[in-house]
Design a protein around this ligand. Structure first.
Ligand SMILES: Cc1cc2nc3c(=O)[nH]c(=O)nc-3n(C[C@H](O)[C@H](O)[C@H](O)COP(=O)(O)OP(=O)(O)OC[C@H]3O[C@@H](n4cnc5c(N)ncnc54)[C@H](O)[C@@H]3O)c2cc1C
Ligand code: FES
Length: 269
């Protein structure tokens, strides 16, 4: 795979994994890919249909490039028509990713909602064995939990807390919003950094909760999933205040986003 920022390179789909009834992971070989930082994204182009930004779900050290996609509309539906051996176009990697060097050996607290888990999983797999990791993840129903098998494999290595909005007969775990999982006995701000990705409303309340628990604004990182077109800072579609989410983000410390809301009356969530 060649590195491409402006023109998509056609790549063959090597494997497809059904994660949930409406979410699939698409696997590609990584030969020639320039490498990425967890938290960066790529543009996936379905010829004749359109292009969409999707987070890179695999860690930088993996031999595979993985994208986990939820079917929500035109392009994602066309992508779901593709089979192993078909090709799609890829551009990237784009954006800044999470500043892992700055995190050092701090405790990492991940908070994910729904299809917000893929960019966080890229980080988790990158730092596994190095940092103490806690993952708080909320999905709509038990069937909507992505990476079930992987979460099962990880449960002896990291602390995992799951919740669903609506349970079913088989669900013995917690029911409610993901912020309910964030309790003082499980989350401590000392020497910790929080990383989150999910729906705007979930991130809004998660930030509030983390601040209540004593986290400093600069130790809370959000990955934003704003609407985009060019992904290279040219079209202005993703602009919030002085920032373009595609090049200055998608990862921002909350301290920067609060400033956007206050000084530039920008809508962040
Ligand atoms: C940096 C970044 C990373 C992303 N990572 C992932 C990922 O790993 N997996 C994944 O499944 N999705 C991810 N998304 C969201 C994904 O880009 C959209 O779901 C996709 O563009 C929808 O395209 P569509 O043509 O199928 O839907 P459309 O037909 O364009 O729209 C269908 C519905 O989806 C909504 N929608 C469209 N774009 C977005 C968006 N950016 N965010 C939220 N809702 C949207 C529309 O408002 C509409 O309600 C990411 C978005 C960004 C900006
Ligand atoms: S998507 Fe065009 S400027 Fe960000």
């Amino acid at each position: 795979m060649r590195h491409a920022l402006f023109k998509p390179v056609l790549e063959e789909i090597k494997k497809i994994v059904e994660e949930t009834p409406d979410t699939r992971s698409f696997y590609f070989d990584k030969d020639g890919w320039a490498g990425h930082t967890p938290g960066q994204f790529a543009e996936l182009w379905v010829p004749g249909v359109g292009e969409i930004p999707i987070s890179i779900a695999s860690p930088s050290k993996s031999d595979e490039l993985v994208f986990t996609v939820k079917k929500v509309g035109t392009v994602t539906s066309a992508l779901f028509e593709k089979k192993v051996g078909d090709t799609i176009g890829l551009r990237g990697p784009f954006g800044n990713g999470f500043p892992l060097q700055e995190f050092g050996e701090k405790n990492l607290v991940f908070v994910g909602g729904g299809i917000g888990l893929p960019p966080l999983m890229s980080v988790i797999l990158e730092v596994l064995g190095k940092n103490k990791i806690s993952l708080f993840y909320g999905a709509r129903t038990p069937a909507d939990i992505v990476y079930k098998q992987l979460l099962n494999e990880l449960k002896d290595k990291i602390d995992i807390y799951l919740t669903v909005d609506v349970g079913d007969g088989s669900w013995g775990g917690e029911v409610g919003v993901v912020t309910n999982l964030l309790r003082p006995e499980r989350v401590h701000p000392y020497n910790s950094v929080a990383l989150m990705c999910g729906p705007g409303i979930m991130m809004y309340y998660t930030v509030k909760r983390l601040l209540e628990l004593g986290f400093r604004e600069e130790n809370i990182y959000l990955s934003l999933e704003h609407h985009m077109k060019c992904a290279v800072g040219k079209c202005g579609h993703c602009r919030i205040g002085p920032y373009y989410v595609c090049i200055d983000g998608p990862v921002f410390p909350y301290s920067k986003l609060r400033e956007v809301e206050e000084r530039f009356a920008g809508t962040v969530f």
